[in-house]
Design a protein around this ligand. Structure first.
Ligand SMILES: [Zn+2]
Length: 389
């Protein structure tokens, strides 16, 4: 198949349309309509191209979009996946008004991940008239819910969604990411006994217990994490992210809470990581019998992702990156994506690849370099031209 070339004005118009459609994840502050309107826009576009298109109702009013482009009789399916939701508009009140300054297109989601979404749709527009020359089917998945828990991708993977390889659109500055971390998010609770703050010795201070927990996590657990390393993703890490407790200033606090974000290596199981914290707290309780601490809530267990360098999707992606961008170095990153679910639950080898930098994602002045979005169109089309060939 000959190389295709994207039209910059068309991609600018498409990405601007996508930015104008509010798709703030309904679990986040200030959300209104969820992913429904953007899903309908994307589905209409895919139907217009002649793709077999369905809406997968994951939650009421919050669908995934699925659209299949049939290739020239191949048995292989390439999945192109981009999430439909964005983070909040609270720190970017004009985020629904796209603005081009030089090569930078500003707007909520411009970078994460409507730039990648526009590039995938742009690639489908270029590929649809040439589908018979494709060595594979291309299945597009626009997923809901990525910014909170990846429910859309997980739903796809656990309800029979299949593919032989996937490209997941997230801002990677067009670097192919072949491994990333997952995350375990949970809460530790300490339990004491309240009393009058003028006689603290008669109560049992849950905040002071939590201080013991924190010292143990920093001095004993953290050095162990530094020993766990992945060659592309770096070490396992923990962030003591949120702390609260107590009732009011004249009462000895009887409860305190610490929320932890522990980044999980692709080689670790999130459930086992959680168990390691339960074991660590048991170790602390043996050392300091006065400390009553336990894991009392689990918010999210999301696995990491790692694609073999010799897998077809990595090979096709590296070749396409070399051809289109002129460089092809596989990388690993510490943040998670929908690829976790596609890989762990669907068994689909994944590469994460998209325009824009993760440094601009979720910020108050989110932007994406339009040139990279245009390049991404050609890159995704080139991967499809090579996958399964
Ligand atoms: Zn994203």
């Amino acid at each position: 198949m000959e190389r295709v070339h994207a039209d910059r004005q068309r991609i600018l118009a498409l990405l601007s349309d996508l930015i104008r459609i509010d798709s703030v994840n309904p679990a986040l502050e200030g959300a209104t309509v969820g992913e429904g309107p953007i899903a309908r826009y994307v589905a209409d576009l895919c139907r217009g191209l002649g793709l077999e298109t369905t809406l997968q109702e994951v939650e009421p009013g919050r669908p995934n979009v699925l659209a299949r482009l049939r290739g020239g009789g191949s048995r292989h399916t390439l999945l192109l996946e981009a999430h439909l939701d964005t983070v909040t508009l609270v720190n970017m009140p004009h985020g629904l008004e796209p603005r081009l300054e030089g090569d930078r297109l500003y707007g909520r989601g411009a970078c994460d991940t409507k730039g990648g979404l526009a590039a995938m749709l742009g690639a489908l527009e270029l590929l649809a008239p040439r589908a018979r020359a494709l060595p594979c089917d291309v299945l597009f998945l626009g997923s809901m819910g990525e910014e909170v828990d990846g429910k859309g991708a997980s739903y796809f993977a656990t309800t029979g969604g299949r593919a032989d390889g996937a490209v997941v659109a997230e801002p990677s500055s067009l670097r192919p990411i072949v491994a990333h971390k997952g995350v375990a998010r949970f809460r530790i609770k300490t339990t004491g006994r309240s009393g009058h703050s003028s006689r603290p010795e008669l109560g049992d201070n849950a905040i002071e217990q939590m201080a013991e927990v924190i010292r143990f996590l920093k001095e004993t657990v953290e050095p162990r994490l530094a020993q766990l390393r992945h060659p592309l993703c770096g070490p396992a890490t923990q962030c003591l992210a949120r702390i609260y407790g107590g009732v009011q200033i004249n009462i000895v606090p009887h409860e305190a809470y610490l929320e932890i974000d522990r980044r999980v290596l692709p080689t670790e199981e999130p459930e086992a990581v959680l168990d390691s914290y339960r074991a660590a707290l048991a170790e602390l309780r043996r050392q300091r019998p006065g400390v009553r601490a336990e894991v009392d809530r689990v918010f999210l267990l999301s696995p990491g992702m790692e694609a073999g360098l010799d897998s077809a999707i990595v090979q096709a992606t590296l070749a396409a990156c070399q051809a289109v961008v002129g460089r092809a170095e596989p990388a690993g990153v510490p943040y998670g994506t929908d690829a976790s679910w596609l890989w762990k639950q669907g068994g689909i080898p994944c590469v994460v690849l998209g325009p824009g930098s993760i440094d601009q994602a979720h910020t108050a002045d989110e932007w994406v370099p339009l040139d990279e979005v245009v390049r991404a169109v050609e890159l995704y089309a080139e991967i499809a031209a090579r996958f399964g060939a």
